[in-house]
Design a protein around this ligand. Structure first.
Ligand SMILES: *Cc1c(COP(=O)(O)O)cnc(C)c1O
Length: 429
C-alpha cells in the first residue's frame, strides 16, 4: 500500500524505506518492526532531556484539559505569561547592555527568524517615520548559515541546491565570510566594511553553524562581531534556534561569549522538544519603536496558534526542569564522554576534523565523493539504521547531537558503529 504522506527533505523517487516508529522514551525510538534506534540527533535537534519526559508529558496532558488554545491578539493565559517571564529571566544578559525584555511567540524556528527580521526592519521603519534615522533595509548574513525554510529565512541562509527553485523570490543580502581558523580578522574586517553601508541588521548562528556543516568558531569572534555591530548601530540578531537549550554547553551560546543580542530567536528545545513553539526576544528599544498610540505602528505578525497554551505549558515545564535540575552538569558530563571517544575515533585514518562544542560532536569521513548530494550520507544513514542508530550525516560530516539522557553504554555503542562506518565507507587519503 502506498502512503499519501509527502515527507520533507526526502526523495520519494529513490524508494528508500521509511521506518515506522511507535514509541519513544529517553534516547530510544521503538520501531514497529520490533527494533530500536538510539536517537543520535535528538529527532532533528529538538529533543533535549529525552523523549516523552514525564514532567513535560504531564504538563501537556494537564493543560489540554484546561485551556487548549486562545486567540493571542489582545488575550493572554498563564502558561504564556510564565514562559515569557522565564525566557526573560534566563536570557543572556550583561551589565553594559540593554536586556532582552520582551518575548514574541510563534511556532517554529523559521517563523521566529521571520519575526526577528520583521522586527528589525519594523524598528528602522518606525524610526524613520519619526525622522530619527534613514530607513534601513539590508540584512547582513554569515556565509554557510542556515536559518530555516520559509522565504525570508531562506533569503538569509546559504544558497544552494536546496533553495535554487525559489531563488527568484529570495531577497538580496550581503554576506560576510565564515571565520575559519586563521581567517577571523578577514571576517571582522568584512563585517566592519559591510556595517559602514548602514544595513538594518546582522543575523548569525552563535558559535556553531548547524546545517552548514557543524562549523565552529570561537566566542571571541562572536563577541567582536557583536561589538562591531553595536558600534555601527546595526541590530545584532542571534539565531539560537539550534544552539539554545544547552547544546553548546551553556543555556544559550551567546552566554559563552558574554553577548546580549538586540533580537534573539529560540525554538527547537524550548518545549524540551515535545511540541512546536518558538519565541523571538527583543530589547526595549525594538519593542518601544512599535509602541505608540498609532495603530499603524503595531507589529503586524501573527499565526493562528501563536502562544498555543498546550505548547506554552510544555515550555513552562521545560523551564522548570532547567531551573530545578543540574542540566548543565549533565551536559558537561555527556560532552566530556563524547570528547574522550571522539579523540579515539579522530585518530582513525578514515576520519578528519574531529570537533566538539558542548554536547555536539562532529567528524568528517574522508571519501572521494564529499558534498551534500553525494550518496555517502544516505549510505551512512542506512548503515547506522542497520546498527541501531538514527543518524543523518550532512554530506560526509557525521555529527552527534543526542538528548542529554544518553548513557555511557549507549555512547559506547554509538562510537563502535561510527568506527565500523569509517572502516566500511572511509577512504584514507
Ligand atoms: C532548525 C533551524 C531553524 C529552523 O527551525 P524550524 O523549527 O525547523 O523552522 C532556524 N535556524 C537554525 C539555526 C536552525 O538550526
Amino acid at each position: 500500500m502506498t502512503s499519501p504522506v509527502w515527507h520533507p527533505f526526502f526523495q520519494h523517487g529513490l524508494n528508500e524505506p521509511i521506518p515506522l516508529v511507535r514509541r519513544a522514551e529517553g534516547a530510544l525510538l521503538h520501531l514497529a518492526d520490533g527494533g530500536t534506534l538510539i536517537d543520535c540527533i535528538s529527532s532533528w535537534w529538538v529533543t533535549t532531556h529525552g523523549h516523552c519526559h514525564p514532567r513535560i508529558a504531564a504538563a501537556i496532558a494537564g493543560q489540554a484539559g484546561r485551556l487548549d488554545q486562545l486567540i493571542f491578539a489582545g488575550y493572554t493565559h498563564e502558561p504564556a505569561e510564565e514562559v515569557a517571564r522565564g525566557l526573560i529571566e534566563l536570557a543572556p544578559r550583561a551589565a553594559d547592555r540593554d536586556p532582552l525584555a520582551h518575548a514574541f511567540f510563534s511556532d517554529s524556528g523559521s517563523t521566529a527568524v521571520e519575526v526577528a527580521l520583521k522586527m528589525a526592519l519594523g524598528y528602522w521603519h518606525n524610526r524613520a517615520l519619526d525622522g530619527l534615522s534613514d530607513p534601513r533595509h539590508r540584512i547582513l548574513v554569515l556565509q554557510h548559515s542556515y536559518h530555516g525554510d520559509t522565504i525570508g529565512a531562506m533569503s538569509v541562509g546559504e544558497r544552494g541546491v536546496y533553495n535554487a527553485a525559489w531563488s527568484p523570490l529570495l531577497f538580496d543580502v550581503d554576506t560576510v565570510p565564515f571565520p575559519h581558523e586563521g581567517k577571523e580578522q578577514a571576517t571582522l574586517d568584512a563585517l566592519e566594511a559591510a556595517c559602514a553601508q548602514r544595513p538594518a541588521a546582522f543575523i548569525v548562528e552563535p558559535l556553531i553553524l548547524g546545517a552548514g556543516g557543524m562549523l565552529i568558531y570561537p566566542p571571541s569572534v562572536l563577541r567582536d562581531m557583536a561589538a562591531i555591530c553595536a558600534r555601527h548601530d546595526v541590530l545584532f540578531i542571534a539565531d539560537e534556534v539550534m544552539t539554545g537549550w544547552g547544546r553548546t554547553g551553556a543555556l544559550f551560546a551567546c552566554d559563552q561569549a558574554g553577548v546580549v543580542p538586540d533580537i534573539m530567536a529560540v525554538a527547537k528545545g524550548i518545549t524540551g522538544g515535545a511540541i512546536p513553539l518558538a519565541a523571538t526576544l527583543a530589547t526595549p528599544r525594538i519593542f518601544d519603536a512599535h509602541r505608540s498610540t498609532d495603530r499603524a505602528r503595531l507589529f503586524y505578525h501573527s499565526s493562528s496558534y501563536t502562544a498555543n497554551a498546550i505548547a506554552c505549558a510544555a515550555a513552562a515545564a521545560n523551564l522548570a526542569i532547567w531551573r530545578e535540575e543540574d542540566v548543565l552538569g549533565r551536559i558537561a558530563t555527556l560532552g566530556q564522554a563524547m570528547a574522550d571517544r571522539l579523540e579515539e575515533l579522530g585518530a582513525h585514518p578514515a576520519f578528519a576534523k574531529a570537533r566538539r562544542l558542548g554536547a555536539i560532536a562532529a567528524i568528517d569521513l574522508i571519501t572521494p565523493d564529499a558534498g551534500y548530494l553525494s550518496d555517502v550520507a544516505p549510505r551512512l544513514r542506512a548503515f547506522a539504521h542497520e546498527n541501531g542508530l538514527l543518524l543523518r550525516p550532512l554530506g560526509n560530516t557525521i555529527y552527534l547531537m543526542p538528548p542529554y539522557c544518553l548513557d555511557a553504554d549507549q555512547l559506547d555503542h554509538v562510537f563502535a558503529v561510527l568506527q565500523k562506518a569509517g572502516e566500511k565507507f572511509g577512504r584514507p587519503a
